[in-house]
Design a protein around this ligand. Sequence first.
Ligand SMILES: [Zn+2]
Length: 211
Amino acid sequence: MNLLVKELIQPLLNFNLNELEDYEMKYWAIYADIFDTLKKDPNKIYNILKNKLTGEHLKALEYFYNEYFLRPEKLMENCGCMHTQQPINFRSALASLTKYMIDQGYNITPLPKVKIINNDIENADNILGKTAYYDPSSCSITLYTLNRHPKDVLRSYSHEMIHRIQDNEERLNNVNTTNTNKDSNLQDLEKEAYLNGNMIFRNWEDSIKNK
Ligand SMILES: [Zn+2]
């Protein structure tokens, strides 16, 4: 890609960079039931719940109420159905998939931070470039999204979430290579991530399509 084209499209690529705030993701993935309760009668239920809830539950209540019910246009925009209907954008799909994993009992909390890189042109041009990785030291998942179908990125996320589980179970400690041909332990960890990551993704997809 020539330099001029790069300069022209760069601002577009940066748009929506890191659109996903970790706290929002957490609230949608873990406390979506609070949103559902609020939906029934927002003001009344907010006033009751704010005196009953504490800690993270209270924070989630404040978030949902302030973000969606004080601003009805946002409710319309997001259609308020991040977890109950077909997701309308990448961000709601990510939250929905995460919630599904938690509901299925996957050991993924505390949730990893999600970093979205959508402007790495060189990496996107490289046939064997990076697609995603889990970093145990910062408990984060990095997703490279440029030129990829969102569904493919979600599948990567699902794969990395299996590594998150392996980390929670302290099974990533003895890995000191990224070459699966050199380390049978890594080979097994990857097998598990490919199989379980793909299957949970497919199960989530089917659960939404057949709602
Ligand atoms: Zn992997």
